[in-house]
Design a binder for this molecule. Structure first.
Ligand code: NI
Length: 164
């Protein structure tokens, strides 16, 4: 396994739309292992998307199980994820490995339903809410070339320098 270099804002590759995965082979499994290791190397990291390491494919890893007192599905590898429904609106603080110097307040749906393929290409479906739903929405945005910076209600009031 290998740690992959993470692209940071304003790298233009972060603005690209990613392509669906069509081949579920050993090379994909190996890439996903590297992507997960890269996520785990970031303290407090709860998600990563393939385009953040320059691979423009619709692959996301989310794992919020380290956060106390929240509902979650554990370690999720979501390939070609599609959010089918959104309910409720909640403002919350987000960070991103590609925006290391800031956090920001973003409004997201409180609960979503989601379809995705797993690492073997099997279809899965999830209902999720709260922090996990927020993390998935954030990561799926990366697949469409969007960062949380693009969703701030106000750059002046909702963007915060990270404490060093
Ligand atoms: Ni991010």
């Amino acid at each position: 396994m290998a740690l992959l270099p993470v692209l940071t804002f304003p790298d233009p590759r972060l603005k690209e739309r990613s392509n669906p995965v069509e081949v579920f082979d050993a090379e994909l499994q190996s890439f996903i292992a590297d992507l997960e290791q890269t996520l785990r190397s970031s303290p407090g990291g709860v998600g990563i998307a393939a385009p953040q390491v320059g691979r423009l494919q619709r692959i996301v890893i989310v794992d919020v199980s380290g956060k106390p007192n929240i509902q979650h599905h554990g370690r999720l590898i979501l390939i070609n994820p599609e959010i089918d429904s959104w309910e409720g609106m909640v403002k919350g603080r987000e960070g991103c490995m590609s925006v290391p110097d800031f956090t920001g307040n973003v409004i997201r749906a409180d609960s979503i339903t989601l379809r995705a393929h797993d690492v073997l290409g099997q279809p899965r479906q999830y209902d999720m809410r709260g922090y996990e739903a927020r993390a998935v929405q954030h990561e799926c945005d990366h697949l469409d070339g969007l960062l949380f910076l693009d969703r701030l209600v106000s750059r002046r009031h909702d963007l915060f320098p990270r404490k060093k």
